[in-house]
Design a protein around this ligand. Structure first.
Ligand code: MSP
Length: 512
């Protein structure tokens, strides 16, 4: 099927030396919303997430706990997987870098690049930050410490395989310049452009000082550098190099790698040059989102302010958390997490605006028509205006989703919620109900209102799958059969349907 619409998107793979927190949940959630949206638009979606299990950092963490690295990974990977289940993450695949399929791919891409002459054996001497798994030159260091995390670095000298990254500087620059959307947001693109213009050095891509990693093919004194290993997950999961299931052919190049801003260089300099050297096409886009602080402070174990997503979900509900994280902060910028902001959003946007719309609409239909929808046979201008607004906004939201502008898409949906609430006020069903001659008009208003509710339910489903499904059920529809691609038109509710008065979707939360 060559005209099949396909979409491939990825999260970073998470280190297993840390348990999942709100920052990890954010990246995965954003990808989930996108994956659900694209599926609802009729795309075949491959949505990949997973864990990054090799490297010195994981090895050290395991030894400190008296475990083997694999025991540590097996334990922590469950924490990630159970959180993703709880957050309703709809990933297609979960890659672990300790899997055989991954090892095979990493060694193969290493071999290809080596055979093309872009990997050579040399000697390495530089400053290494173990927590960041990054080498720094003397001039990069800040007071002898890692410029990223501020922790001490060690001087390392070792035999190492090098990747001829310097050779790809011009080709990479040309690619970034010719593809304005390759790195997003724009500020990040500029940052990388100036970094590349300063010059690329060859990159050390193997280590001999520890063993928890994938051996260099033909020289198992060396393990492959953890970022060379980790980045390859994006193709190993698809079945590269053998591609037995055809997923690599179907889904590569990737539509978007979604990452945090801290790992931008790895994804927009290292990864594309590895791919160039291996003769594999580059991903279409890398999108870097911002970082969350908590109540104004950096999240850190020492401050004991790490926000634990399981606890939040138990307390506020999964859809409220999903909504908040994507609504509160423009995707791409930094944001602050606070309980008061969360409670405010839940009460005003979810309980008030959306919740009231659904309960008022169904309550009125129940009161005036014993819950039975009639045909919309008595149309007025405000009805057409409402319908036009909805149809126009569906297109706007589609563009916003394509741009990963999740908060704007939610704002657009909430404009529709407001428009529907205003439609109630303007058409004043309670006044129509007092006049016997206005029965048809009242039925028309009720129909339009519930049709508005149906479309809002459909549009929020990628963000809030449980709430979207509840709205479908309230309207007597099977949630699984409701997809934007077929149901984003006005007037699909069937007259004669019986709709019961809905219980509140979101209880109000009393601020603590
Ligand atoms: N293992 C590497 C990624 C390899 S991808 C080939 C890694 N792992 S990580 O677990 O440290 O981070 C994963 C993601 O979580 C990153 O995108 C990072 O930006 C994100 N976040 C970690 N803390 C965060 C916040 N406080 N706020 C938002 N996102 C944050 O890096």
């Amino acid at each position: 099927m060559s005209d099949e619409k396909r979409f491939y998107l990825t999260t970073p793979i998470y280190y297993v030396n840390d348990v999942p927190h709100i920052g990890h949940a954010y990246t995965t959630l954003a990808c989930d919303v996108m994956a659900r949206y694209k599926r609802a638009r009729g795309y075949q979606v491959y949505f990949l997430t997973g864990t990054d299990e090799h490297g010195q950092k994981v090895e050290k963490a395991a030894h400190a706990k008296g475990e083997t690295p694999l025991e540590l990974a097996d334990r922590v990977v469950k924490r990630f997987q159970s959180l993703w289940e709880k957050l309703n993450i709809s990933n297609t695949d979960f890659i672990r870098t300790s899997q055989e399929r991954h090892k095979l791919a990493v060694q193969e891409i290493f071999r290809i690049i080596e055979a093309r002459g872009d990997i050579y054996l040399g000697e390495y001497e530089d400053w290494y930050c173990t927590p960041c798994e990054t080498f720094w030159t003397e001039t990069n260091l800040l007071d002898g410490n890692c410029p990223d995390c501020g922790r001490p670095t060690d001087k390392l000298k070792e035999e190492s395989y090098f990747f001829r990254m310097s050779k790809y500087q011009e080709q990479l620059l040309a690619h970034i310049e010719a593809n304005p959307d390759f790195i997003q947001p724009k500020s990040r693109r500029n940052e990388i452009l100036s970094f590349v213009r300063e010059g690329l050095r060859d990159l050390s891509i193997s280590r001999t000082t520890f063993s928890w990693g994938i051996p260099v093919p033909g020289n198992d004194k060396h393990v492959i550098y953890v970022w060379f290993d980790a980045l390859t997950n994006y193709i190993s999961a698809l079945g590269f190099p053998h591609d037995n299931d055809g997923n690599f052919a179907r889904f590569w190049p990737c539509d978007v790698h979604v990452i945090g801003k801290d790992i931008l260089r790895f994804h927009t300099v290292y990864w594309p040059t590895f791919l160039m050297a291996a003769g594999i096409p580059l991903p279409d886009k890398v999108f870097a989102h911002g970082w969350w602080t908590v109540e104004g402070q950096k999240m850190s174990k020492s401050l004991a302010n790490v926000v634990e997503p399981n606890m939040l979900i138990d307390k506020y509900g999964v859809d409220a958390i999903r909504y908040f994280l994507l609504r509160e902060v423009p995707f791409g910028l930094d944001g602050d997490f606070s309980h008061s902001a969360l409670v405010h959003r839940i009460n005003s946007d979810l309980a008030n605006d959306l919740g009231n719309l659904v309960s008022r609409s169904t309550a009125m239909l129940s009161k005036y028509f014993q819950g039975e929808l009639t045909t919309a046979c008595k149309k007025e201008t405000i009805d057409q205006d409402l319908q036009d607004k909805f149809m126009q906004q569906v297109g706007v939201i589609d563009e916003q989703m394509d741009a990963l502008a999740f908060n704007k898409a939610l704002q657009s949906i909430w404009e529709l919620v407001s428009a529907a609430n205003k439609y109630i006020d303007d058409s004043a069903p309670w006044a129509l109900a007092k006049d016997e001659d206005q029965g048809e008009r009242l039925g028309t208003v009720m129909y339009n209102l519930l049709e508005a509710v149906r479309l809002i339910g459909l549009l929020i489903t990628p963000f809030m799958p449980e709430t979207g499904a509840s709205i479908s059920r309230i309207l007597g529809l099977d949630p699984d059969s409701q997809q934007l691609v077929e149901h984003d038109r006005w007037g699909l509710l069937q007259p004669g349907t019986t709709i019961e008065k809905a219980a509140p979707l979101f209880p109000r939360i009393e601020p603590e």
